[in-house]
Ligand binder design. Sequence first.
Ligand code: ATR
Length: 279
Amino acid sequence: MTDLPRIPLAGVIGHPIAHSRSPALHGFWLKRYGIKGHYIPMDISPANLKEALSFLPKLGFVGLNVTIPHKEAVLGLADVVSDRAALIGAANTLIFRKDGKIHADNTDGAGFVANLRQHAPRWEPTSRPAAIFGAGGAARAVIAALVELGVPEIRIANRTRPRAEALRGDFGARLQVTDWVHAPNMIRDCGLVINATSLGMTGKADFRIPLDALAPGTVVTDLVYTPLMTQFLIEAADRGAHVVDGLGMLLHQAAPGFERWFDHRPEVDDATRQAVLGA
Ligand code: ATR
């Protein structure tokens, strides 16, 4: 019997996983480009993570996306960790290499930047400070990307101040920590303002801060994309800000993984957005 080429399999692992939009996104691209492959959501508990990572490549998996709660744990199970994943302390993309090694990468920061490049092309990273609210895993990835882009000053406030201080310890003096209660002052003179807290998500309280110091034309973005237009973005738009929703970050962070697994660089365009929104 001749050896037929294996159909490449990829997927997303998390616990829970039912909410993930990644299957709709990758499924859309697979269909669009006529690629014989599959992308499967898999609910894997932390107790089964190690076994899953050793077994899935044997089933024909070429890689995975990783979501909560496994983003940190996979670093310890990978054979090769990219510099940016190591710096962020988490991975969202795994590549199962032909030599049997697992390569862990983090594309969240690149996805964040690509979303801004697409929807706020006039934003100049090096010209003015950026302000970021939140100091969790998502904020870490964004800060790593901003540092790499040469943003001159990154102002950060978090409800739990020590988490913001810890980021300053990791990313250096370009980060300036402000008390949560004084956070509204941070946005003065900034070129970019980011909500990286989980506030504003459907089912949670809104992210609300006084926006008096916001100059018209400032780029304002929210990592929350359910709903697409958060209360924070609505209020910023009312003040003349250039608002960018967070869905594009999800779409763009997915592209490098798709390209590595299925050998085709996918386009992130309006049809892609609609496919995910309609899922
Ligand atoms: P993620 O990986 O999405 O960043 P996370 O690590 O749980 O998730 O971080 C959530 C962020 O939202 C944190 O900055 C968190 O602030 P704390 O570090 O003080 O917990 C922020 N956040 C969540 N609920 C909040 C609330 N009610 N008020 C202010 N900040 C909140």
